[in-house]
Design a protein around this ligand. Sequence first.
Ligand code: ATP
Ligand code: MG
Length: 398
Amino acid sequence: MDFALPAPVLEALQRVNARGHEAYAVGGCVRDLMRHVTPHDYDICVSCPPEETHACFAGERVIDTGVKHGTVTVLLGGMSLEITTFRADGDYKDGRHPSSVRITPSLKEDLKRRDFTVNAMAYHPASGVADPFGGQRDLAAGILRCVGDAPTRLSEDALRILRALRFSAQLNFEIDPDTGRAMRQLRGRLALVSRERIAEELLRTVRFPAASRVLAAYSEVFLAAMPDFPACALARGVQALAGLPGGEDALGLAALLHGCDESRRHACLASLKLSKALDGQVSQLAHWADVPFSLADAPVLLAQMGREQMQRLLVLQQACGTISPKEAAERSARMEKALADGLPLRLRELPISGDDLKALGLSGPAIGQTLNALHRQVLRGELPCDREQLLLAAKAGS
Ligand code: ATP
Ligand code: MG
């Protein structure tokens, strides 16, 4: 089997070979090339120690990324390549990290410590594919399987349990029964995984359309990773996920969480420690997922959440069955019209201000309330965006 590796990757392999060492493209990039998917990055494994890798790339920018694990990053021809010395992991002490890392001269040993058979293949243009654990067979059959004994591999590093869910969704693969059984048995060990890593894998899972199938099949594993998530809300979450086109983290997570009550949802989100921006997006989407709103209110919501978020909401509401595709299209058109018409999306864009209302005799909280009410009416198309008319309306209301 022949793959077209990018020129900088070929050059990296050659530079290491030229000094008498082995070098291969390895892991996800080999898997993706075999699936005819363009890899988003290329990892390289080499038989020489990191100091020697440095020497192979003299004159280039080399960054010591993870010296402890034998990884250096080389910037070559505009690509950033992670180059890692063949290694075998020692005992795992904390259920997450090997307590020691041993350099090995054997490619097979290096492939053996990798998580899944489809991720445990290497490639060099001269020698072809190295696949000692049946990765190609599993890739062809669409099966995700641990390298070696599943219970052992998943207890070594509990993160692999979540990586299994993620890859099963990402590749749309079935999980091998032995691997699946071990995932369920060992799900309690997910408590050993940091919340940040749980969040990362969960987000990388829910962005794929197959996530609904995977999370439904492995609900107890998901619930072990998210102890705050109420089991009774999972069926609705999974159903909404199934209706999404995929591709968006915020949408995927909001779909999954929308069936939880507000306080549980808040607890789940807090536990994931997402960025403030993503957290805000997900909460807002989940909050509105089941709330139908009238066509006239579309510009009001647009003013509250912005165009992109509003587009997400329309996708989500369809996935949740809150609105029909026709209703979504109408709301989307109304929103676009509001934008094209230049409706005042922000309060301060209204042609009247608090001072005008004060001059009419209003004071205290009544000023803000009246302004907001007028703004809403303008957005709903009940009042023109006209200073005189708004002053008249304010007078009539006061
Ligand atoms: P993606 O395309 O999503 O980046 P990937 O296969 O490149 O997928 P990475 O997380 O980037 O996944 O890891 C690179 C490789 O390192 C994997 O293909 C796998 O061989 C190995 N690997 C990563 N994490 C682990 C782990 N926790 N246990 C064992 N092997 C791992
Ligand atoms: Mg990768």
